[in-house]
Each structure stands twice: as C-alpha cells, then as structure tokens.
Write a protein that binds this ligand. Structure first.
Ligand code: ADP
Ligand code: ZN
Length: 434
C-alpha cells in the first residue's frame, strides 16, 4: 500500500528529472532570498544559471550546522515571518540549538511524508496511534501527528512522560500503533511487563526513530511488546521524522527523494562515495522547502545505501540505519569506537543483563578510560557474586574482540540507570568537561 504511488514508485529516470527541475528552482530561490547562500555562491563563483540539473549539484557549496547557529534564529529563512506558520528547534543533543521555520506548504509536504511512512508500515484510518514522542519544539510529536492526521488515523497525542499512565491509556484506548523513541519504547515495554499487562495491549506495530538503535534492540522491543518495530529517520534541519522510512521489507529506509536529494561523501576528502556499501556522511538538499531550505546540508550522520530494487515496489533509494554521527564517534586511546558497537555486543549477550546501559569515558593520568555500566536482570541479581564476575569478564572479552580495546564492565542493580522518555543519554564523556 502506498500513500502517493505516483511519487513513491516513480521510475529512476523520472525521479532524476523531477529532482533536476526542483533543484534548479530551489537554487535560484535561495540565491534570491537568503543572503548567506547568495554570499557563499558568489564567493564560489557560482550563479544559479550554472545549475542546470542534478548533475551540477556538486558545484554548490555545503551548508553546515554552524551556518544555522551563526544565522540564529531566522537568518536562513527564505520567506518573511508572515509566511512562516510554525517553528521547530533541535533538541540540542549536540551544542547550541537551531531553529527551523515551516510555511503552510512545508507543513503539507511534511504531513505527506508522515502519511507515506505510516502507510508503509500498514497503518490505515482504522488504526489508533499513540504518539509518545515529545510534542513541542522537538519535531517528533508533531511530525507523526500531522502524518497520522493526514491519513485519517485516530490520534492519541499523549506526548512523552508519565509512563504508567501511558500504559493505561494504551490499554483503555486500544492503541494499535505506538510512536516513540526506541529507548522510550523499551522503557514502556519494561513498565508494561512490571505492571503485568502486556497481554492487555492491542498494539500491532511501532514506529521508532530519532536516535540510533541496533537490530538487537529492535528484536527485544518486538518480543516484549509483541509488535513489529519499524525504523524512521529524520532531523530537525530537514523536516524531522519523514525524511526516510522503512517498508515491510526492512532492508533500509526509503528516502523521500522527490523532496530531498541524498548524497554521501567522505567527510575528510569531501569526495562523493559511490560504493553503496562504504560508509559515508549523509548530505541532504531540500528541493521544495519554502521556509528554511537547505542546500547540501552535511548531517554528520554516517550511513550506507541499499540500491537493489525493493520488493515493496517503491523506487526511492534506501538508507541503512545511520551508524551515528561522525561527532558521536568516540576516540578512545586512538581507536574509533561507536556506541552502537557496544550496544550490539550487550544485546547479543542478553543472558543475565538488560538493555539499560551507560558508557562513561574519562581520562585518568593522561590515559583514556572506558567504563561500561550495565543493569543485571533481577534473576542474576539474586545470584551469587561468582556468576556476576564471570559474566563481567565474558563481556570484557567480547568487547575487546569487537572494539580492539579494553573496557571495564560493571554490572549494576536492576533499575539503577535513569530511563529516558525521549532520546537516551547513553554516553557520558567526561573528557569534554575538562
Ligand atoms: P538533535 O540534533 O538535537 O539530536 P534532532 O531531533 O534533529 O535533534 O536529531 C536528529 C538526529 O537524530 C539525526 O541527525 C540522527 O543523528 C539521529 N537519528 C534520527 N533518526 C534516527 C534513526 N532512525 N536511527 C539513528 N539515528 C537517528
Ligand atoms: Zn521497500
């Protein structure tokens, strides 16, 4: 099932043609309306008329998060505020927040992207969606809301927090779809288990994103809540949720290519990456945004793509689960470590432990230290010290195999690590505080 088959199943040639037409217009539009773009293109010696098709995209300068910060709050808007009907801001995971504006048409485009992703997971107007993403300046709540409303679902706009009440609501209102961050879904699942009410839920699917999560985490959520869990990707700068979405095949997330052009580059050389399996920095160009268009925006997220034709019939390119941002990568004793690698090891070895963990990086006597705190499950907790130590040692060995460096693992009491209602804070890098 599709929401807009005429776009979602376009031939590759037609996508390219549409992208080219929209890009030419968008470049002229930003040049005429945004001083920052005009200056940057003038400096690079590029005129809008030099951009004749998508093949000329690489002539254009990149845009960075620092541009959004330097032009805070409204400097990159291409429309006067009288045309801007809604503002959103990043949740500020990395540094000072940024602000993005939407016109009426932008909101409509965003809603269509949301409706596409909900259709793609099998939602219809007969479904009841509990939106447990935060509402507010964060794009999660409203992004899902507009999409669900467009498709005609029954929306429970509960936002995040008040976790036991969330479970009661889900049961009483017979929610069939849950939308939240994956870490909050895990917390909700744990809470439902603790309340002994998992069997009373009517959920069939979950639509989760806004933070990195592993396949192992997906399996755990699916098992605990008896649902199928789908991944969605987005970022405030582009439109929040709705940039890319999974279909039933779950072999990557289809990028809404009629609205966003995807490029992948080597973050060091800035050269395009053509090998689909090679990790590259994801770069997006919005080609029909009116309020806050972005040209060649460097997301800092790293990903691969899947270019094999999808069985679902959609022709949009598929993005792998982003492996985290290049700025989230930890360099520990000179070795590159992604938190997702650690999560994978933990969740592949679920015996005795839970998915609640925290990574603490520090520097002691000029040497980096990596400490991992993982909650035991209550059964192990009741067990003897010797088995706890054995499990800690096993995890240290497995982590060394995967990461190539030593980590200290401490198993901690059940429920001792703070739960997240939005994006989980898994890493504390104390070196940055020095
Ligand atoms: P902030 O930058 O403050 O975290 P955003 O809500 O805009 O605010 O976060 C967007 C970022 O969240 C993306 O750039 C990406 O790093 C991450 N993200 C979003 N969806 C996913 C996903 N499905 N998988 C992995 N990471 C994701
Ligand atoms: Zn597909």
């Amino acid at each position: 099932m599709y929401f807009q088959k005429e776009f979602e199943c376009m031939s590759k040639a037609d996508i390219k043609k549409l992208q080219s037409e929209k890009l030419v217009k968008q470049v002229k539009y930003v040049y005429d309306n945004v001083e920052c773009y005009r200056k940057r293109m003038d400096e690079a010696g590029i005129k809008p008329s030099d951009i004749k098709s998508i093949d000329d995209l690489q002539k254009l300068p990149f845009t960075y998060k620092s541009d959004l910060r330097d032009n805070y709050p409204y400097g990159l808007f291409a429309k006067p505020l009288s045309e801007i009907v809604e503002l959103h801001a990043s949740s500020g995971t990395t540094g000072k927040r940024i602000v993005v504006g939407y016109t009426k048409n932008d909101l409509d485009m965003w809603a269509s992207c949301g409706a596409r992703m909900l259709t793609s997971i099998g939602a219809t107007k007969d479904d009841i969606i509990q939106i447990s993403y935060g509402y507010g300046l964060f794009t999660g709540g409203f992004g899902l809301h507009y999409g669900a409303e467009k498709l005609g679902l029954t929306v429970i706009p509960i936002s995040s927090g008040n976790t036991e009440r969330q479970i009661e609501t889900m049961i009483d209102f017979k929610a069939t779809i849950l939308a939240s961050t994956p870490s909050y879904a895990m917390y909700l699942a744990e809470t439902a288990e603790r309340m002994g009410v998992v069997d009373k839920l009517s959920l069939k699917a979950g639509i989760f994103g806004a933070e990195p999560w592993t396949e192992e985490m997906r399996h755990q959520i699916e098992e605990k809540l008896h649902i199928k869990a789908y991944d969605i990707y987005g970022l405030t700068e582009i439109v929040g949720p709705g940039v890319a979405f999974e279909c039933d095949c779950q072999e990557g997330m289809h990028v809404n290519e009629d609205h966003f052009i995807l490029e992948r580059i080597d973050p060091d050389t800035l050269e395009p990456i053509t090998d689909p399996n090679k990790l590259g920095e994801i770069v997006f160009t919005t080609i029909d945004r009116e309020g806050a268009p972005l040209i060649r925006y460097r997301t800092r997220d790293l990903g691969t793509v899947n270019i094999t034709p999808c069985k679902c019939g959609r022709t949009f390119i598929k993005l792998s689960k982003p492996q985290g941002r290049s700025d989230d990568m930890l360099i520990i004793r000179g070795v590159n470590v992604f938190p997702s690698q650690i999560e994978e090891v933990l969740l592949k070895n679920p015996e005795g432990i839970t998915a609640n963990y925290q990574i603490v990086v520090d520097r002691v006597n000029n040497t980096d230290t990596l400490d991992l705190f993982v909650e035991m499950n209550p059964d192990l907790f009741a067990d003897d010290m010797a088995s706890i130590e054995r499990l800690q040692k096993q995890l240290v060995d497995k982590l060394r195999n995967v990461l190539g460096i030593g980590a200290k693992v401490t198993l901690v009491n059940p429920n001792s690590i703070a739960r997240s209602e939005g994006k989980a804070k898994r890493v504390i890098d104390k070196r940055k505080l020095i």
